[in-house]
Design a protein around this ligand. Structure first.
Ligand code: FAD
Length: 262
């Protein structure tokens, strides 16, 4: 097998800037044979010119788009001087990216059994896999309620806010979103209308998140996915484990599934 058998080359079709020089989304073409489960991540590559010649820098990226979409979408930070993101941020529609043929990851709802309330707790770009999960029919077949919490520092970073709030008008998912989706934006640095203003750990500790959503954390009903900043993921995992929740393992479904981005 040659290196080229491991990846395909995809074309960027659209770029959306959320916060200039900081946050953006890209859409690419999708090979017909590329399959994934909502919540999984892809490995993307960008070509880099070095004094030794051309090389490819690879990074993991959660897939924002739904398994049934014809395109792939990714939501990215720009890390100042980051090897991968400084190249990606320079790209434009028409440019090409490498996509590994394999898909990866266990931040998927099949890690759980028998839940009723699906909590999706994210910070920053950790929102990405949860958008895919919202647009997956299986989510709505399996859960009575879905609570999506997105924590950011500044209100401009509430990417996908309009899409999530408008989901109630969606042709297929609208009837689910209208009655069963609760979106909770959290902005930690500035008071923001419609958003809670403390770290997710604090909102859980002081009971504010449960009161605000009218949904208690409960071993029988709650299944919790956590994604984003490793400190947040670790703090939340410990908080839930301290309350008797268990992390799902292969062949041993629990209450928690977590993914760190670095
Ligand atoms: P790197 O050298 O990789 O990282 C440098 C530093 O930047 C890190 O040490 C960390 O402090 C910071 N950093 C890295 N990623 C982020 C981030 N997402 N938000 C804030 N700070 C960060 N990144 C995304 O932007 N979107 C995704 O959907 C995404 N999905 C991922 C899924 C998985 C399973 C993993 C492991 C990582 C994911 N990442 C995602 C992170 C991504 O792989 C890269 O680390 C990121 O694109 C930065 O690459 P870089 O080479 O520019 O900097």
């Amino acid at each position: 097998m040659t290196a080229a058998d491991k990846y395909t080359i995809e074309t960027i079709t659209h770029i959306h800037t959320w916060v200039p020089d900081k946050l953006f989304s890209i859409r690419t073409t999708r090979p017909a044979q590329y399959r994934f489960i909502a919540g999984q991540f892809a490995r993307l590559g960008v070509a880099k010119c070095t004094p030794e010649g051309e090389s490819i820098a690879w990074r993991a990226y959660s897939i924002v788009s739904a398994p049934h979409d014809e395109h792939l979408e990714f939501f990215s930070i720009v890390v100042p001087n980051g090897e991968f993101t400084s190249e990606l941020a320079r790209m434009q529609a028409g440019d090409q990216l490498y996509l590994e043929k394999m898909n990866y990851g266990f931040l998927t709802t099949d890690r759980f059994e028998c839940g009723k309330d699906l909590w999706l707790l994210s910070s920053g770009t950790g929102l990405a896999p949860f958008i895919s999960i919202l647009y997956d029919l299986k989510t709505w077949e399996d859960y009575e309620r879905v609570i999506l919490v997105h924590s950011v520092r500044d209100p401009g970073e509430l990417a996908y806010r309009e899409l999530i709030e408008d989901m109630k008008h969606h042709e297929y998912f609208g009837e689910f979103a209208a009655t069963r989706l609760r979106y909770v934006p959290v902005v930690t640095r500035t008071q923001t209308p419609g958003a809670l203003g403390k770290r997710i750990t604090e909102l859980i500790d002081n009971g504010e998140l449960e009161r605000f959503t009218g949904t208690p954390f409960d071993h029988a009903r709650s299944r919790v996915m956590i994604c984003g900043n490793p400190d947040m993921v670790d703090d939340l995992r410990k908080q839930f484990v301290g309350r008797g929740f268990s992390v799902s393992k292969r062949g041993q479904p629990g209450h928690l599934a977590v993914e760190n981005y670095w």
